[in-house]
Ligand binder design. Sequence first.
Ligand code: 48C
Length: 291
Amino acid sequence: MVYTKPHIFKPLRTDVLTVTPWLAPIIWEGTFNVDILNEQFRQRNTTVGLTVFAIKKYVVFLQQFLETAETYFMVGHRVKYYIFTDRPEAVPNITLKEGREIIPIRVQNYPRWQEISMRRMEMLNHYAQQRFISEVDFLVCVDADMRFSDHVGVEILSTVFGTIHPSFYAAERQAFTYERRPTSKAYIPQDEGDFYYIGAFFGGTVAEVYKLTEKCHKDIMADKNKSIEAVWQEESHLNKYFVYHKPTKILSPEYLWDNSLGNPKFLKKKRFLAVPKNHAAIRNKRNSNLK
Ligand code: 48C
C-alpha cells in the first residue's frame, strides 16, 4: 500500500485538538488514513453491530437511516443492524451489501419518550450479554432520527468511545448541561468533566458497552426509586460515566451534526446528521399526519 509518510514536525491538523490529556485520539478529517485502518480491521475480519431504537413513530426514520448506512457506514466490513422496535413488521426490507444483515429485535414501548430513551441502556445491556458478545466485535449505539451523509468507518472503533455534542464543543465545563443535583446518580460537580458527550452516538467493544450500559441502567433505576430523573435522561448518566471512565477515543462533531447549527470552518465533514422532526407528532403521537 502506498501512502504519504508521517512527518514529526508536520501535525495533520493545527486548528483543533486531536488528542486528549489522557491520550485518547479525537477523530477529525485529515488526521487518519482510512486505507491503513481498513486493512488493519479487515485482517481481523471485524464485525460491527449498529444498534438503533425505533419505537412507536420513530420507525418512520428507518428507511433513510438504513439506506444511508449502506452508503456510508463501515463500507467493506461486516455489519449487523440491530433494530430494537415494538413494530418488527415496520422494519423496511432494503437490499444490503455483502456481509450485512438486518436483525429486528422486538421490545416493549413505554408511554413517555424519556422512558423509551432511558430504557435503551437496559436493553443494550441485556442483549450485549445475551447475543451481541457472540455475534459482533464492536457496538455502535445511535439515535434513529438521523441520516449518514459522509464516511463513518473503522476510524471510530476503540475500546470505548463517545461523541462531542455539537452544541457544546467550545463551551466551558460550567456551561455543560450536566446533572447538577447531588441527589442524582448522574451528578457532576462544577469543576469536573472534560467534554459534553451526546447520548445519540457512543460505543466500543461489547464487553465495555456491557459495563457502560450496566452502570447507566443501575443509576437510572436508583434515581427512579428516589423519584428523580436526570436532566437529560441517559445522556446525563453517560456523561457521568465518561468523567470517571474516560473514553479511549472521542469522535469530533463531524460525527454528529445538526444543520441548524450552521457550517463552522473547523467542520470539514458532516458525517451523521439529525433529521428534522416535528417533535409533537413523533414523540407523543398526537397528530398522525406526519410530515
Ligand atoms: O424510538 C424512539 N421512540 C420514541 O417515541 C422516542 C424515542 N425513541 C428513541 O430514542 C429513538 O431512537 C430516538 O432517536 C431516541 C431519543 N432521541 C431523540 O428523540 C432525539 N434524537 C433527541
